[in-house]
Ligand binder design. Structure first.
Ligand SMILES: *Cc1c(COP(=O)(O)O)cnc(C)c1O
Length: 411
């Protein structure tokens, strides 16, 4: 079949998912607008503060809005949180004490392995602090086996950590329904165990978020979904009041917590990004379905399938060899608005074990709600594509990348 025919088929597949995507965008936009209205967000909130940032009504209003949207008792939403990894780290270090155990369901995201540390108790890690760590493996098909998780929990287990998105793993992402079942199971047997969910890439993909189905604490990055492609940096933590407050004490200092922290001109960008976030997530999802269909048509294994259930914006494509991974990422970079002339290469990125290649020709450095494709360069050579603030951009970049790969004999 000609590539042009495949492109038409992929577009048809994306259009088939359109109704569900639209409905979801509208639902989540309604949720966001309701929170803005309930908290009377006004021009005043778009101003900002400097120095200590006392009486920063914009910052406080934003946290109130996040609290409502994600259904938590408390929220911490700050540009001082430098990344998703930092947000999750605050949740861990704020709430785990020497002698406690952190139990992760499945292997956590690559950068978190560095936060946890190994038996060598590297500097600054959870392990150095005397916090024990264990992992319960996911089932063969990537789902959670509740009995295995419940059996793995011991009286020492203070927190169970779930990761909604697949990260750099070839597995289905955890849906809100699955998170609900696991959380309910844990809470019925171990009510005091904290259920933490790494919510990166999951925000606004479904109608519910993890706290609504019983989780205690979530964290994520503002240069992913909830920043809407507009937030220039930052992270968030939402959940039970005490747990968020404890995380805030680690961000700043005990006695200070979330009380201070200047917003330095970011308030408008955070509000505006949050307002756009449901729409942008919809664009990214359309692009992901298009890409799944096109790549599957060319014989590549994809996860999820074009008509698969989605709970995050990631589209994984099994490329099968190093050359294709590099070519795909380089192609996406070439069709990016920024740095289109540079060639991304695999490098030893801080926080990762394997070499990683990242195509991110984004307005905000490293922003992966903007169209981006990346992956650790290791067997079985999977590319993870996500984001795209407009579906036309995703379609254009992916089609031209694939066209070039075919021309160069890589597909
Ligand atoms: C992106 C991501 C992180 C880490 O976020 P950074 O901002 O890259 O530090 C953690 N977990 C998951 C599942 C992610 O997708």
């Amino acid at each position: 079949m000609e590539l042009d025919t495949r492109i038409v088929l992929a577009e048809t597949a994306a259009e088939r998912s359109q109704q569900e995507i639209n409905e979801n965008v509208s639902y989540n936009l309604h949720k966001v607008l309701t929170a803005f209205r309930n908290h009377k967000i006004s021009e005043l909130h778009l101003q900002s503060s400097t120095g200590y940032g006392y009486n920063d009504v914009g910052r406080d209003g934003l946290e109130a809005v996040y609290r409502e949207i994600f259904c938590g008792e408390e929220a911490l939403v700050r540009h001082q949180v430098v990344s998703g990894t930092h947000a999750i780290t605050l949740a861990y270090f704020g709430n785990l004490f020497p002698g406690d155990e952190l139990l992760s369901v499945g292997t956590p995201y690559d950068t978190l392995l560095k936060v946890i540390g190994s038996e060598k108790k590297e500097m600054g890690t959870l392990r150095e602090l005397g916090i024990a760590y264990r992992e319960v493996p996911l089932a063969e098909n990537g789902s959670i086996d509740l009995t295995t998780v419940l059996d793995a929990i011991s009286p020492k287990t203070k927190m169970v950590s779930l990761q909604r998105s697949k990260g750099y793993q070839w597995r289905p992402s955890l849906t809100i329904d699955e998170i609900a079942v696991v959380t309910k199971g844990i809470k019925s047997r171990w009510p005091h165990v904290i259920v933490f969910v790494d919510n990166c890439y999951g925000e606004f993909v479904e109608k519910k978020e993890p706290l609504e189905v019983g989780a205690d604490l979530i964290a994520g990055s503002l240069i992913k979904n909830p920043g809407g492609g507009i937030a220039p940096c930052g992270g968030y933590i939402v959940g039970k009041k005490e747990l968020v407050e404890r995380a805030a004490m680690r961000l700043t200092a005990p006695g200070i917590g979330g009380e201070i922290g200047p917003s330095l001109g970011n308030n408008r960008l955070f509000y505006q990004g949050l307002f756009h976030a449901p729409h942008v997530v919809g664009e990214a999802l359309w692009g992901a379905v298009f890409t799944a269909s096109l790549c599957a048509g060319l014989g590549l294994e994809v996860m999820p399938q074009e008509d698969g259930i989605r709970t995050d914006i990631i589209q994984a494509i099994k490329m099968g060899n190093r050359e294709r991974v590099l070519a795909f990422c380089q192609g996406i970079q070439r069709y990016s608005p920024i740095d289109s002339h540079v060639t991304p290469i695999a490098w030893d990125m801080p926080g990762y074990e394997d070499q990683v290649i990242m195509a991110a020709g984004a307005f905000v450095q490293g922003s992966s709600i903007e169209l981006s494709a990346d992956g650790p360069v290791r067997e079985p050579y999977i590319v993870y594509m996500q984001g795209g603030t407009s579906r036309q951009h995703v379609k254009l970049a992916v089609t031209e990348t694939i066209r070039e790969m075919i021309m160069n004999g890589l597909l």
